[in-house]
Design a protein. Structure first.
Length: 394
């Protein structure tokens, strides 16, 4: 595995105007043991509940078959022969694209009747070689599957969309045939040129927002976009609690000073220890104070300084509830969670000295032992948000 790089994968979907549910389905699955990521974009025929059922069945089957290593022919045949055909058009009730990538950047893509997958490198789209396979056992008259194999390079982006994106604007005065692939490609190039390090989520969000605007905010079809961004990992260090042995105070300060990434200190005592060893000042910041949590502070060389166990307990509680970065609150705990979810590797350093203030039975029950709170946060980050975490005790 090339541990110097990570794959940031995000997706955005929007239902057709007037529909409560999107007829597209996108699934991701990381297989840690094999250092692989599998992504599936499925587009159910039509829109609404029936389309969503078809797309969900397709994406689920495609994901399971691909993870199991089944040949593309068997995967495509099983899916298309399992789903019913449209009685008039004699085509499958769902199209799909499957992406299988490992962390060395080796990519395999299977495409069945979806818009072509795009790969952006150094501001230009790759002219990918593809293999065409004709599946004789396919019931549908659309019996061609396309395969791609290539190697990613640092800063490459892969973009997969449903045809609700490429066909938006169709029939309008200035866009008779819709936005089409050419319009989408131009928009992506302009966006990335303006913001070279735009995240996968922001790019996918921008593409769907542009799609909606072209359709005058009344989408004529379900629109989905999946973006994968191959880049160096973004790292975050969270330090909380003073070291057990006082002689390790300087070790803790050195860990923070030498860390290459964003840094958060949770704990008043901890911040004072670090500030003393780094000859820095800690200043309370009341400019954005909101009731419910103690105010944050500022320290040179550290991105965020907060109170300790109360704040972390709140972070753990909110991580258990939310499902994406868009659900984070406009609060100190929400700010920490956003920093976590914008990072790929979250490293915790936990001091093991007991803070006597937390033994007061009158304090809120969420003031649990620091170690358990960190374990819960790490569990949410790894299992719910597919982040890499590590914990070191001092």
């Amino acid at each position: 595995m090339n541990s110097a790089f990570v794959i940031e994968a995000e997706n955005i979907s929007q239902a057709k105007a007037g529909e409560a549910i999107c007829g597209d389905a996108i699934l991701f699955k990381k297989i840690k043991e094999e250092n692989r990521l599998v992504a599936v974009v499925a587009d159910g025929l039509g829109s609404g509940v029936q389309a969503n059922i078809s797309a969900t069945m397709t994406s689920t089957m495609a994901l399971q078959f691909t993870i199991a290593g089944e040949p593309v022919e068997r995967t495509a045949e099983f899916i298309t022969n399992t789903l019913p055909l449209d009685s008039k058009r004699k085509v499958s009730y769902s199209t799909f694209s499957i992406l299988d990538i490992n962390y060395r950047g080796e990519v395999k893509i299977v495409e069945y009747d979806n818009p072509p997958i795009l790969v952006l490198r150094n501001g230009e789209f790759l002219d990918l070689e593809r293999q065409e396979k004709v599946l004789d056992n396919l019931q549908s008259k659309r019996n061609k599957v396309y395969q791609y194999n290539f190697i990613l390079e640092k800063e490459d982006r892969i973009i997969m969309v449903s045809d609700g994106v490429t066909q938006c604007g169709m029939g309008s005065d200035d866009m008779h045939f819709g936005w089409q692939l050419a319009g989408l490609k131009s928009y992506i190039q302009e966006t990335v040129l303006e913001r070279p390090h735009i995240s996968a989520r922001e790019l996918a969000d921008n593409i769907i927002n542009k799609t909606c605007s072209i359709d005058n905010d009344r989408l004529k079809d379900d629109a989905s976009c999946c973006v994968l961004y191959y880049r160096r990992p973004r790292k975050l260090l969270i330090v909380t609690g003073p070291p057990f042995h006082k002689e390790n105070d300087s070790v803790l300060a050195s860990e923070i000073s030498n860390f290459n990434g964003k840094k958060i200190i949770c704990g008043g005592t901890t911040s004072k220890i670090v500030a003393k060893n780094l000859n820095a000042n800690v200043e309370i910041d009341l400019s954005n104070y909101k009731p419910g949590l103690p105010p944050q502070a500022q320290m040179q060389g550290v991105d965020l300084v907060t109170e300790g166990i109360i704040t972390l307990a709140k972070v753990s509680e909110e991580l258990n509830i939310i499902h994406s970065i868009t659900e984070t609150k406009d609060s100190l705990s929400g700010q920490i969670i956003r920093m976590m979810l914008e990072s790929d590797e979250i490293n915790f350093i936990s001091g093991t000295r007991i803070n006597n203030a937390h033994q007061d039975p009158n304090l809120p029950v969420e003031l649990e032992i620091r170690r358990n709170v960190i374990k819960r946060i790490a569990h949410h980050l790894e299992n719910k948000f597919l982040k890499k975490t590590s914990t070191k005790y001092l």
